[in-house]
Design a protein. Sequence first.
Length: 171
Amino acid sequence: MSDSPARTTLGIRLAAMTLLLVVLAGLLVWAGTLSPADDPRDVPGNDEVGQDQDAYVGERVSLSGTVVETDPVVIDVEYGTGETFTATVAGVDESVSEGDQMTAFGTLESSSTLAAERVIVREPWELWYMYGVSFLGGLWVLLRTVRRWRFDTDRLAFVPRERPLWGGRDA
């Protein structure tokens, strides 16, 4: 009889976890049936414009691609399943280099010319830097968690360690 309350607590926890997982699965299915709200800033992008550039002449669009020329600025825009077209971006007031990633927002003046109102330029190393710093930060948090916490299989919960796994006391 002494372990009866422990079994009851374990049963309640397992039932609660099962209920929460079923609710989570239901909410994921429900969220998958929703359509996104229309956004007034939602403009045609690479995939839409790439299919038929002439259909979007005179409209506001957003194009992203790799800079292939700098005077004038020309980007290689990839759309669909690897198909590409080149677009001249007029009105770029930032310095760009070949190989930079550029996203330009503006009006498509012709099938291959975009009059940019706003341009975002990203050098190739910036993406690697972002992922590298994020990975190191996540690894640091994981190591600190493993060092100070352990999983108690009897209680099915994470509990603090009595002593850190390595390194003595925290400063």
